[in-house]
Design a protein around this ligand. Sequence first.
Ligand SMILES: *[C@@H]1O[C@H](CO)[C@@H](O)[C@H](O)[C@H]1NC(C)=O
Ligand SMILES: *[C@@H]1O[C@H](CO)[C@@H](O)[C@H](O)[C@H]1NC(C)=O
Length: 279
Amino acid sequence: MLRYLLLITVAVASERCPYTFENQTYDRVAVLTIKGLPTNLVVNPNTRDLFFTLIDIDSLHNDDEQTKMDQYVLRNNMPIKIDNVNGQAAAVDVKNNKVYIASDDGLNVLNQTDRANFVSLKDEDIVLLFKPQHNDEIYAVLYPDNGVYTINLKKNEKRKVDDVPCAFMLAVDALDNVYYECNTKYVKVLLKDFHEPIEFVGIGRNAARAMAVDNNNRVILATNDGLYFLSPDNIVPKKLMNLDFVPSGIAFDEEDIYLATNSVIYKYSSDECDEQRIQ
Ligand SMILES: *[C@@H]1O[C@H](CO)[C@@H](O)[C@H](O)[C@H]1NC(C)=O
Ligand SMILES: *[C@@H]1O[C@H](CO)[C@@H](O)[C@H](O)[C@H]1NC(C)=O
């Protein structure tokens, strides 16, 4: 009888937490459903705000017009549009509690009333941003070549990262290794002080979708079939999670994982799942 009860308890618990990331089971909720494709997810851990860019899918599939997108922040489950700028990506300077918004006309910082204020790179069309948390630099990817630049925010200096030819996804770890995807061909890492990027193996062409740094300072790649840890020491990525949808964005907030796909943002949480830890 006791064994029977235990079996039922385990079955109910695993039904409640059916997703596994690494050794931990997770539950998930849709924190937002919205028309469009949410991308470029990033969390401000100081406020729990989730920033994302919403792409208009009709304009994405129409070659004659420029892709339309808007910058949003999800706060207390409410999406708020940052509407005084053509926002294309966001990045958070956690230490200084600053949120940067990339636009088609330069770099902006968000003020207390969620309005973008210009700071740098006038006339530059910035399509991607990444803020490492251990220094004063921010990485910006500029249209049309998708070249990668570091901006020193204190000195207001711009420097091209010459050894990275282009980037459509970008993440930088605490050791200044630069992980990127270029032209849907490959995912590579440029190790600090090296000049020749190294290609990760085993990831399908055109399968990479987004990158983010997790709570343990690891770069996690979201692909068409799951989440992988990109280690600077191993050209074979380690698969941490299977996905049954095509992700368009990923962000970490301590133990929580945000994953976006067409018209929805999911939050994966393990708060109710701790007893399910697989040894
Ligand atoms: C997950 O399990 C593997 C194998 O049992 C172990 O080597 C690893 O340290 C665990 N990772 C975490 C984060 O607990
Ligand atoms: C925020 O920025 C907007 C636009 O520049 C400005 O009008 C507003 O006064 C600013 N608010 C605060 C609190 O600084």
